[in-house]
Design a protein around this ligand. Structure first.
Ligand SMILES: Cc1cc2nc3c(=O)[nH]c(=O)nc-3n(C[C@H](O)[C@H](O)[C@H](O)COP(=O)(O)O)c2cc1C
Length: 149
């Protein structure tokens, strides 16, 4: 009977076992979409014991990016970042594939900036509410002091 801890093959590659880590977006690559960060390298290195790691989905272009904190693989720095990850995984005898991602409609400029505007509007509303509350409190304090006097 087949055992999940026995080596497997994928094409001409051999895996140390038949366990595969599913791609899981961790949103840890902000702000430069670069996975060359200690916590990203650690995340993949800790899982190098799987027969195969499928990386979190990775933006293939600036225009195809639309998910905060997801990594990219479209400029030299990001490629170098991934090389840090793959080197660390290979040193642990792990195997890693890169999942490529174009994020479709959410990566459209308009949609991205709409979301940004919504966040800005919410923050402005909160600030205005705080200012109104402070002004009301000040007015109440002044009125109380006037009546006391
Ligand atoms: C937090 C989270 C992030 C995920 N990120 C990705 C991803 O980057 N790429 C992908 O193909 N699937 C992604 N998935 C889907 C998982 O890989 C999927 O849930 C897993 O393979 C289990 O499959 P199931 O949901 O059909 O049971 C993600 C799922 C979760 C919960």
């Amino acid at each position: 009977m087949m055992n999940m801890f026995e080596p497997g093959t994928i094409g001409n590659l051999t895996t140390s076992n038949r366990i595969v880590l599913a791609p899981l977006t961790r949103s840890r690559c902000a702000p430069d979409l670069n996975p060359g960060k200690p916590w990203v390298v650690d995340y993949y290195t800790q899982r190098a014991g799987c027969g195969l790691i499928v990386s979190e989905a990775c933006a293939i272009s600036e225009g195809g990016y639309g998910f905060g904190g997801a990594p990219g693989i479209f400029n030299d720095d990001q490629v170098k970042g991934w090389q840090e990850v793959t080197k660390a995984v290979h040193e642990k005898n792990g195997l890693i594939f890169c999942q490529l991602w174009h994020m479709g409609r959410v990566s459209e400029f308009f949609v991205r900036f709409c979301l940004l505007y919504i966040v800005i509007v919410i923050v402005v509303i909160i600030i205005v509410i705080i200012i109104i509350v402070i002004v009301i409190v000040i007015i109440v304090i002044i009125l109380i002091m006037m009546f006391d006097a």
